[in-house]
Design a protein around this ligand. Sequence first.
Ligand code: ATP
Length: 412
Amino acid sequence: MTLFERSEAIFEDENVLHDDYQPESLEERDDEIEQYTAYLQPVINGSQPRNIFLYGKTGVGKTAATKYLLHHLEEDAKQYDDLSVTTVYLNCEDLTSSYRVAVALVNTLRDPSDQISRTGYPLNAVYEKLWTELDRIGGTILIVLDEVDYIGDDDSILYQLPRARSNEKIERARIGIIGISNDFKYREKLDPRVEDTLCERELHFPPYDANELQNILERRATLAFKDGILEEDVVPLCAAFAAQDKGSARQGLDLLLEAGDLARRRNDSIVTEDHVREAKQLLEKQRIEESMKELTSHGHLTLLAVVASTIAEPSEAPFQKQRLYEQYTDLAVATDRDPLGGRAFHNHLAELSMLGILDRTKRNEGRSGGIYYEYQVDVSIDGALSTLDNLHLSGSLNLDSLWETAEEQGLV
Ligand SMILES: Nc1ncnc2c1ncn2[C@@H]1O[C@H](COP(=O)(O)OP(=O)(O)OP(=O)(O)O)[C@@H](O)[C@H]1O
């Protein structure tokens, strides 16, 4: 019996919609590319490269632009005999200290048969190995540290690397660092000496608007789908949804892929607007479920408190903490838990906001009062409620009446 068979009716090449696909050209980023190119120009001139810091929200093309330009830089450098340009790309998501980054760099620069172990050396010994590798390669070496904020406070490497030549640790190589981050506060947290060096040149990538997203997605959709498979509104709708949310190209591409996948699973012959709407709900549910895994049951009840308040009085949203706290306390008691204190509850609200499940707005009480926050659900009520329903917070807590009221209110 054949379990798997190729299905080729919808996609020409679905890999084009995956995150690791490197597009041949970047749409809607002319200004940023021009500026970035100017920052990299010293490399082609054979001068000391600048350190560059790229920042902007997730999915706005920081990594894609970097890989695109560095590929061209390496290719174009080949026409000059006196130039040798090497680029190294590291994602720091798992590299939460200078030690780990240094080991990863040594291993990236070395032959796969000559790797060092990830533990067991003093930091200085790893740095020595790193200087040896860099000098062995020589020329201009550009080191991309994507998600550089993950390195955290233990960031001596960000100080050491750019100064390795002036501190006479290396002789034959010139090092440039390209740091990439979507944490807007990261810069402020840096030691001023590191900040001065790492952020020598800066480039901000703003979120895309719906028109820009539409152009980006159209180009990719043409390569990804068979001709005539997409209904006319599919790409504009994906672009509009992604623009409404974070302005992320990744989000738009994920929507397109999921919509196509839904059509394929159902053996539908074309991809329609309905597939996109359903894909949006599915992806949102997955995202909430993923985030929920990181929270305790009190975190879940905190979200339920905001959801229940919204369903009870949609026009009152956003809500102040006190109102939500009362609702949360009732829910904790109803599920046989001791309610947390106000401070801990506040932390859960903050965490849910950070995960993008709640939206937190800062308010100023005018002259007399202080600053306070208001919260509302930043995902669909449907998605939040069904995720909470699946968590079975407690046998005695039945969400049926919430579902009913939400339906009456037109919220689901
Ligand atoms: N201007 C663009 N033209 C074509 N594709 C783009 C453009 N901007 C982003 N993309 C695509 O969107 C996806 C996400 O982009 P990228 O990884 O560069 O985002 P990022 O800003 O580095 O995000 P993160 O901070 O989450 O890593 C990739 O598939 C990328 O190819």
